[in-house]
Design a protein around this ligand. Structure first.
Ligand code: SF4
Length: 295
């Protein structure tokens, strides 16, 4: 039976093979979801529903993950999620025909067309305009929505080589049977103002909402990312190479390499305590499904 392989899994593998093994072979995950992950999911729920209240509802259901945050912090985070979704819905008038579109596709070996017997590509596009995007009438255009703490020139330039963009456009080209080369990429920046001393939560939340209203150019970004056929081919070859290496590790032919440079960079790896032997696997939740985002 073929397993589903997502771009998120490929990205995890690229960060550290051991991390991938913990998460996608052993299906281990921390008991408490990180706040950043919860906020990102809430943001997508709100946009998918076209209603900021849906983001708040999502966070309300995140018990016990959210139980760890004291009431005030909880209220502020819900207000932030609500504000970010409201700002996005106000800023952008055109939204795709389809949202949260889940795909599946065989992964063919480059140059042969023989499809992998072990893996099937899967994932979720945030949105697809099937010919109705006002700037690109008649074209299939994908949409991707993100939240980010920092959005600068480097962030935007990196999109030119971002492999998730390439992956999704490659898959879309196969599924639609014609080149799909454009992705509308929208980013909403997280708040850059903090609660002041002697400022109540309500006052801070009001100031926050006002800041997004008055400075949309500081918080909301949109660009159209494009790919050439060569870039899509390059992604395909890399995806095949990663898939082959994953199978070698699963068969026990080679060990999963620990990339120790990634343990503490960009935050502490959630499996750090396990890797250094401070805890056992019992300190983690074992998932019932490999990909939580795929139904
Ligand atoms: S702690 Fe380091 S070696 Fe272990 S999984 Fe995380 S990144 Fe990899």
């Amino acid at each position: 039976m073929q397993e589903l392989l997502t771009q998120t899994e490929i990205v995890t593998f690229g960060k550290c093979e051991k991390r991938w093994e913990h998460r996608y072979v052993s299906w281990l995950t921390p008991f408490v979801e990180s706040m950043a992950l919860s906020m990102g999911s809430a943001f997508h729920e709100g946009l998918d529903a076209g209603n900021p209240e849906a983001a708040v509802d999502y966070l309300d259901k995140q018990d016990p993950a959210w139980g760890q945050w004291e009431d005030g912090k909880n209220r502020v985070n819900k207000a932030i999620a609500h504000t970010m979704v409201s700002a996005a819905l106000k800023q952008w008038q055109s939204w795709p025909d389809k949202s949260e579109f889940q795909f599946q596709l065989g992964l063919p070996k480059p140059g042969t067309g023989n499809v992998s017997k072990k893996h099937r590509l899967s994932g979720v596009w945030d949105g697809v305009w099937e010919g109705s995007h006002p700037r690109f009438p008649g074209e299939v255009v994908l949409g991707e929505w993100k939240t980010a703490s920092i959005v600068n020139n480097d962030y935007m330039q990196r999109l030119d080589i971002d492999f998730q963009v390439s992956a999704y456009l490659w898959v879309a080209s196969k599924l639609y049977g014609k080149p799909v080369t454009k992705m509308v990429y929208r980013v909403v920046k997280k708040p850059t103002i903090r609660q002041r001393k002697n400022e109540t939560e309500e006052e801070y939340i009001d100031r926050l909402r006002q800041d997004y209203e008055e400075r949309p150019e500081h918080y909301l970004f949109e660009t159209v990312v494009e790919r050439t056929e060569e870039q899509l081919d390059e992604w395909h070859k890399q995806a095949w190479a990663v898939h082959s290496r994953m199978l070698q590790i699963k068969r026990g032919d080679v060990p999963a390499i620990k990339n120790t440079q990634a343990c503490l960079s960009r935050g502490r790896c959630p499996y750090f305590d396990l890797c250094v032997g401070a805890v056992t696997e019992d300190a983690f939740k074992r998932l019932e499904t490999k990909h939580r985002e795929i139904n």
